[in-house]
Design a binder for this molecule. Structure first.
Ligand SMILES: Nc1nc2c(ncn2[C@@H]2O[C@H](COP(=O)(O)OP(=O)(O)OP(=O)(O)O)[C@@H](O)[C@H]2O)c(=O)[nH]1
Length: 357
């Protein structure tokens, strides 16, 4: 899944400017004045139609997306909200298509004196329709800017790395990845998500960080974070939980253990808990590694890979299995996903200048 190629969504004025420029060029090709006006209308409507269709086609088809993205889109924007915005653009595209012929004919069958007025009327109607979706176009462009930066998650064996901040999650991913990990972002945490890959016995595996999410007790998490965790957990075949008994990370070991217990309650996939920073301190009963020196790291990876199903077999049966104790039962009547309305929540897609940084 690669959202990087979603093209910029133009504003209503940009759509219209482009259409009118094209129409003017077409108009110049016709000698006869009325024919020229008719051509102008056709070309302007066609250009708007095609541009709006290309906007819609630039976005992925929500129903065909992997579950992770469906969940994520629902958390960030509310799938219905997104559908409505795309639907509005579709409505405007259809309108231009349905009215193009009729309005062009109005110009053709008007008297010579009225031809210009008919053309102007057709253009005014077009402008009015396009301006009606101005908000949706702006919104979709903001959505696009966030989508481009979302992590690219593949449907391969996936290790999700969890633990308190600074325990060494990203150091682990960097150490075992065959190339420099990619850094993406979720709009709901300020930290970058690190995604590493490695080819293991000719199969690709992926490692995903859980920045600023699986590092706090449940009661401190808000709804968005809970949903985000569910989306991420659903990608995991196995979870690596890293403990830092040296407490250099800044968090007492009891708190880390409590979080581990909590995650155990939460998921159905295997959890492998190990200790990092073994150069400083180890903990009895836990496999130790040091992501600084590399000691024990490959063994930990082996433990994780032992959870990998045989080639060709399905993912771990627990995958997609996440139980949120607060979650409503999933029957049709009562199960209403608390989708986040981006304007009302503090949550918003980042501005362009924030992304470009
Ligand atoms: N002594 C020691 N320090 C380590 C080791 N591994 C990582 N560190 C240090 O721990 C700090 C945090 O490491 P990160 O890999 O960034 O930790 P993280 O869990 O990804 O942190 P967040 O992304 O902020 O949650 C860094 O300063 C590392 O240098 C280790 O094996 N031994």
């Amino acid at each position: 899944m690669n959202f990087e190629r979603i093209p910029t969504v133009p504003t209503a004025d940009e759509v219209l400017d482009r259409a009118l420029r094209r129409a003017a060029a077409k108009m110049r090709e016709k000698k006869q004045k009325k024919r020229a006006s008719e051509e102008f209308v056709r070309a302007a409507y066609l250009s708007v139609h095609d541009k709006l269709v290309s906007v819609i086609q630039g976005f992925p088809e929500m129903d065909n997306l992997p579950r992770f993205y469906q969940d994520l889109f629902d958390i960030i924007w509310g799938t219905e909200h997104l559908r409505k915005a795309l639907g509005a653009v579709g409505w405007a595209a259809r309108w231009t298509k349905d009215h193009k012929g009729g309005l062009a004919k109005d110009v053709r069958f008007s008297s010579d004196e009225d031809a210009t007025a008919s053309r102007k009327k057709a253009v005014a109607r077009l402008a009015s329709v396009v301006h009606q979706i101005d908000d949706q176009l702006l919104y979709l462009n903001e959505v696009r800017n966030v989508m481009r930066k979302l992590p690219v998650i593949e449907d391969v064996f996936t290790i999700v790395v969890a633990g308190f901040p600074n325990v060494g999650k990203s150091s682990f991913i960097r150490r075992v990845s065959s190339a420099e990990p990619e850094i993406a972002s979720y709009p709901f945490t300020t930290k970058g998500v690190i995604i590493g890959h490695r080819i293991e016995r000719r199969e690709k595996i992926q490692l995903i960080d859980t920045p600023g999410l699986l590092d706090r007790p449940a009661e401190e998490r808000n709804t968005i974070e809970k949903q985000a965790i569910s989306a991420i957990i659903n990608t995991a075949d196995v979870i690596l939980f890293i403990l830092d008994p040296s407490t250099y990370c800044g968090f007492p070991l009891e708190d880390q253990m409590r979080l581990l217990d909590e995650i155990r309650e939460l998921v159905h996939v295997p959890i492998i808990a190990v200790v990092n920073k073994s150069d400083v301190k180890t903990l009895e009963g836990y496999k130790a590694m040091s992501t600084a020196s590399g000691e024990g790291v490959e063994e930990v990876l082996e433990m994780l890979l032992s959870e990998k199903p045989a080639p060709g077999a399905a993912h771990h049966p627990g995958r997609q299995g996440y139980s949120d104790p607060d979650e409503e039962p999933a029957d049709k009547e009562s199960y209403d996903r608390p989708s986040i309305k981006w304007r009302e929540s503090g949550l918003r897609p980042p501005r362009r200048d924030e992304i470009e940084k």
